[in-house]
Design a protein around this ligand. Structure first.
Ligand code: ADP
Ligand code: ZN
Ligand code: ZN
Length: 724
């Protein structure tokens, strides 16, 4: 038999596919060791096709040395999915296969972990009277059956070897599972679904549509619905994938899942150790676990017979990949659902405009959960006009209303969350004379002042700078900071409420494994009264004692130059507000803005998603923005400006020809600097296009794939969530 093997899937930029002879039984998708290159070095590869003939001359045909694993690493479904991705994004198959395997496995660096256990072979042997330890060891094994070698050696010392030598004890290897967050299991609470939840489950069962959108306000009990669906599938012997945004992947959440599903759950995400990730992946592939939980990459979990795929917080930006291939998680989920004949359930309090439109038009089933569990009211939102505060002489980040409410909240023994989407102390450092802002030397962005380290930091490349004494541009010493960041908020809170205990959660305080979890845990344990943070505080957390949420500056995301800025602001405000008043006590929200009349903020303050949606979709239709068109950006980026421009020119020439041929399918076509002209010393240019739905998307990928520049990176993005 001849096997087509794709080798070196880790490093190569092109597919290296070769024919090998195989003289043993082998399945497509199996990982194999093959001789490779002139000197017949060995390397690993994947069998991607089996056939009976080859064009290679018999004397040149080499043989597969062995299979690395008795089971295929990639099943048929996943292989065809990888082929589909390679075709859709015009990338090598190797790059797509990588998505399906834990990185450790591809490198062949991590294997199973084993331990040696010892057991008895003989009954009631004779022990000399002085061999006390030997007798104790014997008794121990008699009681426990078998035990771990390291433990026995530590406890009984050389007695172990003595018994092995006498042949009374033998050893064997046993597989050890490296399970993340082991021991976190508690008892799962037994809950009966509310009638709204049961109704949702019933509709998902009866609908003929593959996709259901669960549009439920924060705290409406969506999670319980997902878990019920997953449990039902498990009962039927079918597996599930449960996707959540990276930030929600807390040990807390896993212990909840473990409590409910025990070892049926496997976790896949980047925070695990290599060994843990490998073992969790194996447990899924071997059919020892049937539920994969993780961030977007868990959509590639090696599961068969899928019964349901859940995508929680479907609007979250983390579901689109930012490296090659730039896949869309929902598209993959849909492909897997079609292959397995299963359902996809999307959930959100603030669905993306695109998803909601597909549901509203009948492509997806739409289920609304307008009420919180136990009819707890949604917190009341008060809009505060910060221009008026300024006119009254209040230049602090806190309106007088927020100060009053904060005092009442703390006096009442409750907790508060203050949200500001800017880390650091001040947004920028600016010269009062020439107006120049201090910028990063490697990036075309303003530096942020960090008071704790007393330095300026670049939030794009991480570079640090000393705080300048004078303006780098005109030499004036009248330079000062502009705008407020989380560090300054904490500092001002400390002077206003000296006895309050304050925690800060942003990228600077959440380094390391489980960094943000530690802060959340402290706050949940009520070791602090106020949590100040960036959008990390907005996601899914459930703190019963939080009764006040302050949104310090709602305008920041509103004026982001992006067609999605309104949508994103609505989502952010709703999500942050949803942290307040989740238990018995009523919650409230103070929303500070300089545009209290802004329609997005008004809809958000009234929890009027439908109002927001109707307004937004009619505006997008009028302006012909997504979902009525596809924004396609071809990024061209490199360190050498001349080469980058040369590459841009080639890309542009190719695409121009396409544009000339199919002009009527384009709404916009131009090349330009990217909004941020340089990041980490790399110049950034783009060809920006807006295509009608029938536009030549595949051809754009073809044209870009044909461009080969050694030192310039060039890639296509569809409706990118970040247009900077
Ligand atoms: P969502 O995911 O929609 O934001 P959650 O699933 O977090 O909502 O539910 C909100 C709260 O209600 C949680 O504290 C959860 O434990 C509780 N809850 C959910 N369903 C039930 C139920 N059927 N009975 C009792 N409590 C429930
Ligand atoms: Zn100056
Ligand atoms: Zn920088």
């Amino acid at each position: 038999m001849i096997a087509e093997v794709i080798v070196d899937i880790v490093h190569s930029e092109v597919d290296k596919i070769f024919d090998y002879e195989c003289d043993f039984e082998i399945a497509v998708g199996t990982c194999v060791v093959v001789p490779f290159g002139l000197w017949d070095k060995t390397t690993t590869g994947f069998v991607i096709r089996l056939k009976s003939t080859t064009d290679i001359a018999p004397e040149k045909l080499k043989s597969i040395i062995r299979a690395l694993d008795e089971r295929p690493a990639i099943n048929e479904e996943c292989l065809s999915l990888a082929r589909g991705l390679a075709d859709r994004y015009r990338v090598p198959l190797a790059a797509c296969l990588r998505l399906f395997l834990p990185p450790e496995m591809r490198m062949g660096e991590v294997g199973e972990s084993t331990k040696t256990v010892y057991f008895l072979t003989e009954e009631e042997p004779y022990f000399p009277p002085r061999a006390v330890k030997q007798r104790e060891l014997y008794a121990y094994l008699e009681e426990h059956g078998e035990a771990d070698g390291a433990f026995l050696r530590k406890t009984f010392g050389s007695a172990l070897n003595a018994l092995v030598e006498r042949g009374l004890v033998r050893s064997k290897k046993e597989r050890v599972l490296r399970t993340p967050y082991r021991g976190a299991e508690g008892e799962a609470p037994v809950r009966t679904l509310t009638s709204a939840q049961q109704n949702a489950v019933d509709i998902i069962h009866s609908t003929e549509k593959t996709v259901t959108l669960l549009h439920g306000v924060t705290g409406s009990g969506k999670t319980e619905i997902y878990l019920t669906l997953i449990a039902e599938q498990l009962q039927k012997g079918r597996s599930s994938i449960f996707l959540v945004p990276e930030i929600s992947l807390t040990p807390q959440m896993f212990s909840q899942l473990r409590a409910r599903f025990r070892s049926e759950v496997a976790i896949l995400h980047s925070g695990l150790s290599a060994g843990e990730r490998y073992d969790e992946w194996r447990r899924l592939r071997e059919g020892e676990a049937h539920i994969a939980v993780g961030a977007r990459s868990a959509v590639f979990a090696p599961l068969e017979n899928l019964g349901v795929i859940v995508i929680d917080e479907e609007h979250d930006g983390s579901y689109s990949s930012e490296s090659t291939p730039r896949y869309n998680t929902f598209e993959i989920a849909l492909a897997r659902a079609k292959y397995n004949g299963c359902k996809v359930v999307l959930g959100s309090a603030t669905p993306s405009v695109e998803t909601y439109r597909r549901a509203a038009e009948g492509e997806f089933e739409l289920i609304r959960l307008p009420d919180r569990i136990n009819a707890r009211p949604l917190p009341e939102v008060t809009l505060v006009d910060m221009r008026r505060e300024l006119r009254r002489g209040n230049a602090t980040p806190f309106s007088s209303l927020l100060r009053d409410r904060l005092k009442a909240c703390l006096d009442g023994g409750n907790q508060a969350i203050l949200f500001l989407n800017r880390r650091g102390y001040a947004q920028s450092v600016q010269c009062r004379d020439c107006g120049e802002t201090v910028k990063c030397e490697h990036c075309d962005v303003a530096l942020t002042y960090h008071k704790e380290e007393n330095c300026l930091k670049c939030h794009y490349c991480g570079a640090r700078y000393k705080v300048p004494r004078a303006c780098p541009s005109c030499g004036s010493i009248r330079i000062g900071t502009m705008g407020t960041g989380t560090q300054r908020v904490v500092r001002e809170l400390k002077t206003l409420y000296p006895s309050a205990r304050i925690l800060r959660m942003d990228l600077d305080t959440t380094g390391g494994k489980e960094g943000h979890y530690k802060i959340l845990k402290q706050f949940a344990a009520r070791e602090a009264d106020i949590l100040v943070g960036t959008q990390m505080v907005a996601k899914g957390h459930d703190f019963p004692s939080v009764t006040l949420v302050g949104i310090l500056d709602a305008d920041m995301s509103l004026h982001f130059p992006d067609y999605r800025s309104g949508e994103r602001t609505f989502q952010l405000v709703t999500q942050v507000a949803g942290r307040s008043g989740r238990a018995e006590e009523k919650g409230e929200v103070v929303l500070q803005t300089c545009e209290p009349e802004n329609y997005i903020l008004r809809f958000a303050a009234n929890y009027d998603y439908t109002g927001f949606y109707e307004h937004e979709i009619s505006m997008r239709a009028a302006m012909m923005f997504p979902p009525f068109c596809t924004i396609v950006r071809v990024m061209v980026t490199g360190e050498d400006e001349g080469e980058t421009l040369a590459c841009l020119k080639e890309v542009y020439t190719r695409l121009s020809a396409l544009y000339e041929r199919e002009k009527e399918k384009f709404l916009f076509f131009n090349r330009m600097h990217a909004p941020v002209k340089r990041i980490q010393n790399k110049y950034r240019y783009q060809v920006l296009m807006r295509l009608l739905p029938e536009g030549p998307l595949a051809e754009i990928y073809d044209e870009v794939a044909a461009v080969k520049h050694k030192k310039v990176l060039c890639y296509v993005e569809e409706n990118p969530s970040n247009l900077s």
